[in-house]
Design a protein around this ligand. Structure first.
Ligand SMILES: [Zn+2]
Length: 276
């Protein structure tokens, strides 16, 4: 069904090289930026995008999400400092006019306490390859603040995503002709990236930003399924709840595993947010 392509750390090669290629394919990506590394000359040996470049991406339908302030491993920070990384990075982006819904855990690392904080501020959050799969998501039976992602996928794997009618997230970093002097593991060549885009298109996958794919999979599961199995009134109520959820981030809407009717969970304070 869908593919989300995200780019971590906000490297300028995304603006220079990736954007034109993605445009050619009609694909829209998500960039997860570290807010204290926006518009700098040297982040792991490479320049990063500035605010104007990020704004241009957003105006073209891309999503800008938070990757924390400083790319620290959140689980090793004291609780208070951890919350500041999570909340202040969102505030920074909002202050500069971005619509912020998603978070990517630095190094893909998180624990329950961290995800609880993240869920107070963000609709969804991405981990990385370090997570156990499954990488092809279906339905809503996954932690919205621990969504796994792969660093690459073959044509064969992309076809499987299509066949399963699922959602797959891929993470890239820097994409350029020349490998950087540092962190080669952060890099792939333009040719390899173009091949990937070709494969995604030939596999018949649609590209969505991370939050759009997240919303789509939940809405499809909760609303469409409900329409098929319950009364019009039930599905109308679910649609209203879902709209509140999407606009306000105040509640979760899900299907009850037993009766298959919609259930709404109101998020409350520091302990709220996580799906029951
Ligand atoms: Zn990163």
């Amino acid at each position: 069904m869908s593919l989300s392509i995200s780019f971590d750390d906000g490297y300028k090669t995304v603006y220079d090289n990736t954007l034109p290629l993605m445009q050619n394919f009609g694909f829209k990506g998500t960039v997860f930026v570290c807010t204290e590394r926006v518009g700098v000359e040297d982040f792991d040996g490479e320049p990063t995008m500035n605010l104007d470049q990020l704004r241009e991406l957003e105006s073209l339908g891309w999503e800008i999400g938070s990757h924390g302030k400083n790319h620290g491993v959140l689980t090793s920070l004291p609780y208070g400092k951890r919350e500041l990384e999570i909340s202040e990075s969102k505030e920074f982006l909002q202050r500069h006019g971005f619509r912020v819904s998603s978070f990517a855990h630095p190094y893909g690392v998180s624990d329950e306490a961290t995800r609880k904080i993240v869920s107070k501020y963000y609709r969804c959050a991405r981990s990385a390859f370090e997570e156990q799969g499954p990488y092809i998501l279906k339905g809503t039976d996954f932690d919205p603040h621990r969504i796994p992602a792969l660093y690459f996928a073959s044509f064969h794997f992309l076809k499987r995503v299509k066949r399963m009618n699922g959602w797959l997230t891929i993470v890239f970093h820097s994409i350029s002709e020349r490998a950087p002097t540092r962190r080669r593991d952060n890099w792939i060549s333009l040719q390899r990236f173009t091949d990937f885009l070709n494969n995604a298109r030939n596999a018949g996958l649609e590209s969505f930003t991370f939050v759009d794919a997240f919303d789509k999979i939940r809405e499809t599961e909760v609303v469409t399924k409900l329409s098929a199995i319950t009364s019009m009134r039930e599905s109308l109520i679910a649609r209203i709840w879902y709209a509140i959820d999407k606009i306000s981030n105040l509640c979760w809407v899900d299907l009850c595993k037993k009766c298959m009717h919609a259930i709404m969970t109101i998020k409350t304070g520091a302990n709220g947010g996580a799906r029951k």
